[in-house]
Design a protein around this ligand. Sequence first.
Ligand code: JHZ
Length: 392
Amino acid sequence: MSFGKMPIANSFIKKNNFKKQFFYNMEAGFCKNCSTFQLIKVPKAKMMFNENYAYLASTSKFMKKHWNQLSNNIIKNLKLNKKSFVVEVGSNDGIFLENISKKKINHLGIDASKNVCDIATSKGVNSLNAFFNVKTSKKIISKYGKADVIVCTNTMHHIEDINGVVEGMSELIKDTGTIITEDPSLKEMLNKNAYDQIYAEHMYIWSLSSMNFLFGKYGMEIYHIENNGNHGGCSRYFIAKKNVKKITSNVLTHKNLEKKLGINKISTFIKFKNKINFLKKKLRSTLINLKNKNKIIVGYGAPAKSSTILNFCDIDNRIIDKIFDNSTTKIGKYTPGKSLIRIENSDNFKKTKSDYCVLFAWNHKNEILSKEKSYSKKNGKWIVPVPKLKII
Ligand code: JHZ
């Protein structure tokens, strides 16, 4: 499945750097042996995860609450105490670990991007700026000992050297410990036609089948799974060493749902490809028609996902005037690739006149539409691009 030339999704750029952009050919494929849906080739990790990493997890109040709930659940259900050791791989700005740190539980966050690590440290989160792999895992064991819990949320899909990461986790986790991962789900990506989840940072879109295959290689298994609607639909996997924990009925139910959807069949992905090519044409022609009627079109949210939509659908600053976002790392910059749309502080959305607003952060629809209620009252219309084009 080819998407054409793409920029690095989170590389929002300054005006004087337009000509210095990096492009790669984005092609996705499905492997029948290990059931992974993945990009065929991705740029070097350092090009994506560095001191300029733009995604700040704490920009959403909803997500802050979500990770706070996860920490409370873990403390209660896995019976953690102050002597327990919690490790997070891909700790971003400390959105999850700050809850663990406040409870004075031993912890360590590891993140490859220095800017987000620094934010986490300033919140009192013990952080290490590094890529996680077998070498990092050994260093952590010799300094802190083995972990009771390893949390890795919205990160497993980022890592090209996924075998190195899982091997490192299998060494770092205690024999009775639990690894918890949470990522956008392949099942939901297919159900929702959420093709914008595909970009270099998301090298893999995981399913229960592919996760179990991967962890199985290192003597582990998924013993429990929970699903939620975040990021268009995520699965949370609970993983332990083989035969240590009882496998719950949720795992079997989910396995059957994946089978019913045909998650391990090439034909499923060919259908998906046809659907998204249709969505591309529909979004582009809708926006061009509105523009031809002299309508002012803006966008809300500049998620990494918007890079895929804009570049795949050939939408640029001649169609969309500006995009509003609340991330300090994005405001004042431009969307990457050919689109080059200016990002403005979302505080200015209310005072800016527009007729239509494309909700690129469609996964935060409830949070955004409730804080921008006045837009509809002023006859502004929201264009929601996924799961299917909807104007509200
Ligand atoms: P959001 C991220 O993807 C990045 P993205 C990453 N690659 C990943 O794995 C996935 O999450 C799962 C803005 N916003 O959360 C902030 C407002 O302006 O959909 C963000 O720029 N106002 C690590 O980037 C964007 O929208 C608001 O009220 O696709 C949302 O980005 C809210 C709620 C958000 O993630």
